[in-house]
Design a protein. Structure first.
Length: 83
């Protein structure tokens, strides 16, 4: 799995990408995010919206991710801090 983020300092818009490099098998992984780089505090929870599926999740610093090459080979997540 590959996970990276990109944040626009001017607007604060943040995107997180998690993708599987295995085209044949379901992969499970855990993220360990550097939350200040995403514009949120270390202990904060925040909403993410998957722009590929419309699904919304509540995330924090550590998250479990399941990617299936036949159903959902990647997440393209926009970050929405609570409050």
């Amino acid at each position: 799995m590959l996970c990276f983020s990109k944040r626009d300092p001017a607007s604060g818009n943040t995107v997180l990408v998690v993708c599987s490099l295995d085209p044949h098998n379901v992969q499970w992984g855990n993220t360990a995010l550097e939350l200040p780089a995403l514009g949120v505090g270390w202990s904060d929870r925040f909403a993410v919206r998957d722009e590929l599926t419309g699904a919304e999740y509540d995330w924090g610093q550590f998250n479990t991710v399941r990617l299936d090459p036949y159903e959902q080979p990647a997440h393209l997540l926009t970050v929405h801090p609570h409050g």
